[in-house]
Design a protein around this ligand. Structure first.
Ligand code: BG6
Length: 480
């Protein structure tokens, strides 16, 4: 299929996601010669724009243009990108798009070009666009695929409704639901790290692990996106999708094979063992102004009485034999002190009472920035005395693999979608089980039953988060 002529339509081509993520990823794939040999890209959106304006718009975020090679690649890339404008809710517009696709096809192959529709769109038009595309742009004689990205609803019910509506139109094998965390190198690495290393996998259970933290930190607030964010909040933005995907890959049992269905079966199975989050296992926060940085509510698009959390720490329990009684703490926040996403598995204390105050082992997988896997362990302090010293077994990617470029998540995912590989996309039942875990607590927060603890912009989050993680057994070592 990879050699086939392919038309990629980016819907919402004038929006932020397309500009910042989709086109740069397509460009990198083009540069690396990884797109199908004959690829045409059509940008589609409501804004009226001529081709040069469109080209200028999508060029803004392309990387690596400072070399001659890069400049040349850009010229080549822009040649395969064109733009047409149209409405999202009008058959005529989609017919125009269909005509454009027919005219774009070279007519040389023995079958019509594959069509990949990438919806970089706001959720309120997902269903209407998917309907319009199916009705007017679906090629019965060829291959058709649709790529869609969160938010997939706001809770269990609305997600079911939306997924149901789309499923009536596009078959599961034609549908690629993006959670871009699944395209990240270190998230993809989890399968290999675990199932390719018996030593590591054997340690990942309630006999050895005391607690797990999966942390997402961003050093900027919701500036400019307040309107969207206030409707969703941090838990729908980060924990329900990105962090629960990471949890399921870390906690799931060994799949029968690395096929998309076997992997996703195990992910669904482990999430089914997680009961809905209880109020006592939740801490939420909202950032306030600090120095010259605005508070969340200083954004004009945010209501002054908003109780929307911009920070949350949630403890999930996986009630199966492997993980019973091990807390999985999912922490995520905006406007914090640093950018960091990591998994931290903290092991139990050493047994037998030989050592006092010796730090616990920790397996840390740093997803970003500066990808790394390291194991905190204790060694003998070199010298004549019998003293201990905390040390790291350290696999920092930029040192170990300095020659290798780490691909952007979207590059990996677009390539998978072109290839028809669903392993790193979200299956409908995965969404269902995940929403079931988060929905009650989200409703309680929406109803104002849980109050936000304020934290200053640029801080480490609500001050009580340290007590919160200690409550679940986390012990800070002087070294962390
Ligand atoms: C998106 C969220 O899904 O992920 C954003 O909507 C967030 O709020 C982003 O900033 C983080 O992605 P990354 O790849 O920068 O970690």
């Amino acid at each position: 299929a990879f050699e086939d002529e392919t038309i990629i339509v980016v819907l919402g081509a004038s929006g932020d996601l397309a500009k910042k993520k989709t086109f740069p990823a397509l460009f990198n794939l083009f540069k690396l010669n990884l797109l199908p040999k004959q690829t045409h890209i059509i940008g589609y959106a409501r804004t009226k724009m001529d081709q040069p304006t469109f080209h200028e718009k999508i060029s803004g975020h392309l990387k690596g243009l400072d070399t001659d090679e890069g400049k040349q690649a850009k010229e080549g890339f822009l040649k395969i990108c064109k733009y047409i404008s149209g409405q999202y809710d009008e058959d005529e517009s989609f017919q125009k798009l269909n005509k454009e696709m027919e005219e774009t096809a070279s007519g040389k192959g023995d079958k019509p070009p594959s069509r990949l529709f990438y919806m970089a769109l706001p959720p309120n038009v997902f269903t209407v666009v998917a309907t319009g595309l199916k009705k007017n742009c679906y090629n019965d004689k060829g291959q058709n695929r649709i790529v869609i990205e969160k938010p997939f609803g706001k809770d269990l019910e609305s997600s079911r409704e939306m997924i149901g509506a789309l499923k009536g139109l596009w078959k599961e094998e034609e549908t690629f639901r993006i959670d871009h965390y699944l395209g990240k190198e270190m998230v993809k690495n989890l399968l290999i790290m675990r199932f390719g290393n018996p030593l590591i996998d054997a340690g990942l259970n309630n006999k050895l692990v005391d607690n797990v933290q999966i942390t997402f930190k961003e050093p900027f607030g919701t500036e400019g996106r307040g309107g969207y964010f206030d409707e969703f909040g941090i838990i729908r933005d980060i924990q329900q999708n990105h962090l629960s995907q990471v949890l399921s890959l870390l906690a799931m049992d060994r799949p029968k094979s690395f096929s998309a269905e076997d992997i996703r079966d195990q992910k669904v199975k482990v999430l089914k063992a997680v009961p809905a989050i209880k109020e006592e296992d939740v801490l939420i926060g909202q950032y306030t102004a600090s120095g010259d940085k605005p508070g969340y509510k200083d954004d004009d698009t945010v209501p002054k009485d908003s109780n929307c959390p911009t920070y949350a720490a949630l403890t999930l329990w996986v009630n199966n034999d492997r993980w019973k009684n091990v807390p999985f703490i999912l922490k995520g926040g905006k406007a914090l002190d640093e950018a960091k996403v990591e998994i931290r598995v903290q092991f139990k204390d050493t047994e037998g009472g030989i050592f006092q105050d010796i730090p616990r082992n920790e397996l840390v997988i740093r997803i970003q920035p500066n990808e790394a896997v390291y194991l905190k362990m204790n060694a003998k302090k070199p010298g004549l005395e019998m003293n201990t010293l905390p040390a790291d077994l350290d696999l920092t990617y930029k040192e170990r693999f300095s020659e290798v470029r780490i691909p952007e998540a979207y590059e990996a995912l677009i390539l998978d979608a072109l290839n028809g590989d669903h392993s790193n996309f979200v299956r409908d039942d995965e969404l269902d089980v995940s929403w079931a875990i988060f929905t009650p607590i989200l409703h309680a927060i929406d109803a104002g039953k849980i109050k936000n603890e304020p934290y200053p912009y640029g801080s480490r989050g609500p001050p009580s988060v340290h007590k919160f993680v200690e409550r679940y057994g986390y012990k800070r070592s002087n070294q962390s």
